[in-house]
Design a protein around this ligand. Structure first.
Ligand code: FES
Length: 103
């Protein structure tokens, strides 16, 4: 497990998805829901959609606009077809203004 800085708190907005470009890892999608932050893989498991670019948050889920599939942001579990495979999730750690993910 490696701790990698993904962004700063000012990059995140409540209800929005931020794409974290990492040096040695595929991009991640970071979500701010109220005062909580979550991270998942950025690419939808159904296709090649970038959830940070083509997705949106609704009731704790990320909806992929390509085919209207959905995942639970907290667990990565698919919750609406055509998505069937879970999204990988990553623990978050906040230190000061920095947001780190464990990868
Ligand atoms: S690519 Fe995301 S639902 Fe199809």
């Amino acid at each position: 497990m490696t701790l990698v800085k993904a962004c700063t708190m000012s990059d995140l907005e409540d209800g929005e998805i931020f794409k974290a470009e990492l040096a040695d890892h595929a991009p991640l999608a970071l979500y701010m829901i109220g005062d909580e932050i979550f991270a998942t893989a950025d690419i939808c498991t159904h296709g090649e959609a970038s959830l940070s670019e083509d997705g949106y948050i609704e009731d704790g889920k990320v909806i992929c606009s390509w085919h209207d599939g959905a995942f639970d942001i907290r667990t990565g579990e698919p919750c609406r077809l055509p998505c069937m495979d879970p999204l990988q999730t990553f623990p978050i750690r906040i230190e000061g203004d920095a947001v780190f993910v464990e990868i």
